[in-house]
Design a binder for this molecule. Structure first.
Ligand SMILES: *Cc1c(COP(=O)(O)O)cnc(C)c1O
Length: 360
């Protein structure tokens, strides 16, 4: 068996320990004589799996009792619609447009009501986070929407926007569980798990209870009402059962690692190795203003498309996979999520240093 260093933005690297455990339990999960994949989601064994997953997530993120944790399907993209359908009581919301995912959410919001872009960083290809300390947010806006970590462009909100008392909704797909968060500052925190937590097919929504109501937009399907899933404790219909089981294992792994403050330290340490190298390099440059740099997704370029392609190809041959930048941006991007070991980043930087020597 040989494993590569996988810098994919998502689906992405998972802890080897978790993969090994899942392999060990594949044929016979804890004496049940079956795989979790083959198990009824109404069984006692599965009930324990999903309850423990929720309890461990609550502990990791210190989620208050007045928030529900929902394990849903449809990816992060489905939330782009589910959020307005459930939250747009006044049919008005403020969006901060900091990248492709925020823009998609904003566009989707326009289907359901007045979705206003109250700030944007598109003028400089989303390479920074706009000043959100005093935005023009309408009084009757139902929520303020952000994409907290911009997976494609590699920026991150280091301070949350001043919502002027409005409900904050955040897509945290690519920074989920990478550092501690104060859940009380948000109305909704959600993310697809395939970036930093588990296999694609699960989206986790953490939502304040008062936002879960029957009063959704007319025509909202039963499956797209938060209330449906909150009332049924994520078991209204068959959930993405195996995916949730793997998420649960990752939560236990994170607890064993020491929790989210320890993860933050590790992530800062890893990111610093890469950013320090980029700052000192004459060949490679980071593309984001230093103060808004993401700890998770690090885009960089040489400034020469052919050289970029050569780098990606040679890196791949050397065991560094998925370093090609998003198709909309080009260049390179190293995603260095929780499960990427420090050694992977060190080796990548070593490789980049060698490449620079040979190509300048
Ligand atoms: C990947 C990603 C999405 C889209 O996720 P899907 O599960 O594929 O719908 C949305 N937002 C962010 C921030 C992402 O990184």
């Amino acid at each position: 068996m040989s494993r590569v260093y996988n810098f994919s933005a998502g689906p992405a690297v998972l802890p080897e320990e978790v993969l090994r455990e899942a392999a060990d339990e594949m044929m016979d999960y804890k004496g049940t004589g079956m795989s979790v994949m083959e198990m009824s989601h109404r069984s006692k064994a599965y009930d324990t799996i999903i309850k423990e997953a929720e309890a461990d997530l609550r502990e990791l993120m210190n989620i208050p009792d007045n928030y529900k944790v929902l394990f849903l399907q449809g990816g992060a993209s489905q939330q782009f619609a589910m959020i307005p359908m459930n939250l747009m009581k006044n049919k008005k919301a403020a969006y901060i447009v900091t990248g492709q995912w925020a823009k998609k959410a904003w566009k989707e919001g326009q289907i359901y009501g007045e979705a206003l872009a109250v700030a944007s960083s598109e003028d400089k290809t989303f390479s920074y986070i706009p000043d959100c300390s005093d935005l023009d947010i309408p009084e009757d806006a139902d929520y303020v929407y952000i994409c907290e970590n911009n997976t494609i462009y590699g920026t991150k909100f280091k301070t949350l926007p001043n919502t002027k008392g409005h409900t904050l909704v955040a897509d945290v797909s690519s920074c989920f569980l990478s550092e501690p968060v104060d859940v009380t500052k948000y109305g909704v925190i959600y993310g697809g798990v395939q970036k930093n937590i588990g296999p694609a097919g699960v989206v986790i929504v953490i939502i304040r209870e008062d936002l879960i109501t029957e009063d959704t937009l007319p025509g909202t399907p039963t499956m797209l009402k938060y209330k449906t899933h909150a009332d049924a404790e994520s078991l209204y219909n068959t959930p993405p059962a195996y995916g949730i089981y793997i998420c649960g294992k990752v939560f236990k792994w994170l607890k064993k690692m020491g929790g989210l403050s320890v993860m933050k330290e590790k992530n800062e340490e890893k990111a610093k190795i890469l950013y320090d190298f980029l700052d000192g390099s004459k060949l490679f440059q980071g593309t984001v203003v230093p103060e808004d740099r993401s700890l998770m997704n690090v885009p960089f370029v040489t400034g020469d498309k052919e050289l970029d392609a050569k780098f990606v190809a040679e890196a791949k041959a050397a065991g560094f996979e998925n370093l090609k930048g998003h198709r909309s941006v080009g260049g390179m991007r190293a995603s260095i999520y929780n499960a990427m070991p420090k050694e992977g980043v060190e080796k990548l930087v070593e490789f980049m240093r060698e490449f620079e020597k040979k190509n300048s």
